[in-house]
Ligand binder design. Sequence first.
Ligand SMILES: O=P(O)(O)OC[C@H]1O[C@H](OP(=O)(O)OP(=O)(O)O)[C@H](O)[C@@H]1O
Ligand code: HPA
Length: 187
Amino acid sequence: MLKILRESLLNAPIVHRGDYHYFIHPISDGVPRLEPELLEEVTDHILRMVSRDFDKIIAIEAMGIPLATAISMKTGVPFCIIRKRAYGLEGEIKLSQETGYSKGELYINDISEGDRVLIVDDVISTGGTLVALTEALKGVGATVADIIVVIERGDGVSRLKKMGIDVKTLVCIDVTEKGVSIEDIHE
Ligand SMILES: O=P(O)(O)OC[C@H]1O[C@H](OP(=O)(O)OP(=O)(O)O)[C@H](O)[C@@H]1O
Ligand code: HPA
């Protein structure tokens, strides 16, 4: 299980974004191409790890989108995208996103009080994105049924755990300038 994910991570190239060693991978970048076999391997695994008790899937632009699309088609549950662009619709919520290498704004639309959401994303690193998103969802009154992230690096998961928020991940990696190594894989 997760054979394609494991092998593709071990072959991922590294580039520098300031001091940050950034790995480039089909799931986190769509580069190189995302083969359907990898997307299916990852999506099937996600569906084995989460409770099925959600009525909306939330994806974070950009690379949460292919995952949410596949999960939506397998479950019949609709998905909403947290966008980097404002629409100016009534009720739109703006949040500040800070990652290990970038800062920007995210905008939530069409999430309401009482929604039970599955949050899906490609990578968790510092946890900055998920901290901001989960706080905003709490403000809206939505319930988070599960948070599932494919690739874990850094201390984001323990940062969220200290806040009482459980994040499930498929694989935990370490990234140096030499490449990716696998620390833990949830097969
Ligand atoms: O845990 P953090 O340090 O917050 O990092 C994780 C975030 O970084 C990436 O987003 P990015 O803004 O690079 O978007 P992308 O999906 O467009 O690559 C990734 O998709 C997560 O959303
Ligand atoms: O190193 C990374 N690579 C791809 N996406 C990411 N999102 C956070 N860190 C990374």
